[in-house]
Design a binder for this molecule. Sequence first.
Ligand SMILES: [Zn+2]
Length: 196
Amino acid sequence: MDNPEYREGLDDLASHYKSILTLLGEDVEREGLVKTPMRVAKAMQVLTRGYTQDPKKVLTDALFKEDYNQMVVVKDIDLFSLCEHHMLPFYGKAHVAYIPNGYITGLSKIARVVDIFSHRLQVQERLTQQIRECIEETLHPLGVMVVIEAKHMCMQMRGVEKQNSITVTSDFCGAFEQAKTRQEFMELVNSNSHKF
Ligand SMILES: [Zn+2]
């Protein structure tokens, strides 16, 4: 592969998308569609690039010893993923909190972890859990909590249930087992302090 941005199998992927377009009733030779199979193949490789990336390594490469042991909150992390049932997008925000236990990581690394797991085929529940586990197993903090709020195009575009509904999932461990700690996190998430 000449372009390292793309993975093996790109040409195969494009040829399958050509078949898919034909099966959907399209004329793959018409001008607007000639390059579409390759464009879709490239887009799908980008949207699933998380399979080739190691989220734990992102955190362990940026571990810093630090005595700070209050809650660290990274909120409003933009999230774009594909649901594994329909391969349609779901998108929204992730909010992550952890309480360090001797080590902290770069704040941008938390967003990177969200990005890597969301660039795989997902269900929102598992995505939430994987982010929590990754932080727990690398930073060994006193607690971690992850909340994701997302809209699912497979519900909205197909007209299933309430089209504007937002799905909220959360996962937590350690100090966040206590309702008071979860509440503190949720108050920080819901505060408008980020709208400077
Ligand atoms: Zn779906």
